[in-house]
Design a protein around this ligand. Sequence first.
Ligand code: ZN
Length: 256
Amino acid sequence: MKKIDIHIHAKEDDPYMDRYVEIMDKYNVVAALVHGVKIPGLSSNENVLKVVKRHPKKLYGSVYVDFRMPIKKCIDLIKKYSDFGFKSIKLFPNYGYDPNDDKFEPIWKEVEKRKLLCLSHCGWLILNEHTKDSSALTASPFHFEVPAKRHPNINFIFAHFGGAATYLETIVLTSRLKNAFADTCPGWGKWVFENELPGLKSLHIDQIMYGTDNAGENYGKDEIWWTKKLKKLGYSEEDIYKYFYLNAAKLLGIEK
Ligand SMILES: [Zn+2]
């Protein structure tokens, strides 16, 4: 089935993502959103810019913005990468800020004005030397409740299905707000479905989408796994097409 991966990164050993794009073609992944991250050398914003220039209409850019910076710096960064055609901003609220905070309002206004998406990491952040001081406490969907209500034209995507402990926040927001979405990226996104946790049968499937954090050669197996799982939960072929392709295609402006 035709797929879009809403959540990947560029890796150091394939800096232009040439090899990755070949793999995408092999498994019918027609497009992907590439997110910058904070770790130098790994998917920095400059590197994301390089890969999206090299693979237009295949790879789309998402600029990493650290809300701990002065507000003006955040806005300047957003303007710069939006001018390059980026589609999204990427956040890690685990670094100790609450996206609901009123002081971020000027940033959200700019994001809305520029018709950008916002994809946030949600839940536990992989433990390494850069993430020792991070906390999952501020990285959950409810921390986007205020901007999501104030800015109906910003589409928010909660990565990893909103995190394991807070996946119910994803279900609440996606069923109450049209601009709240989630990806099912592993580990916790997939974990929630593996365990068939309560509430999954009443998802608004139009607001859930495929993301993998770089499935690579596992795309084939992954497609089989998700198709089986969604069927078991009662979703139709059409729903599954929306999940793998159509929902993301609409958010990226590929389909109307
Ligand atoms: Zn990721």
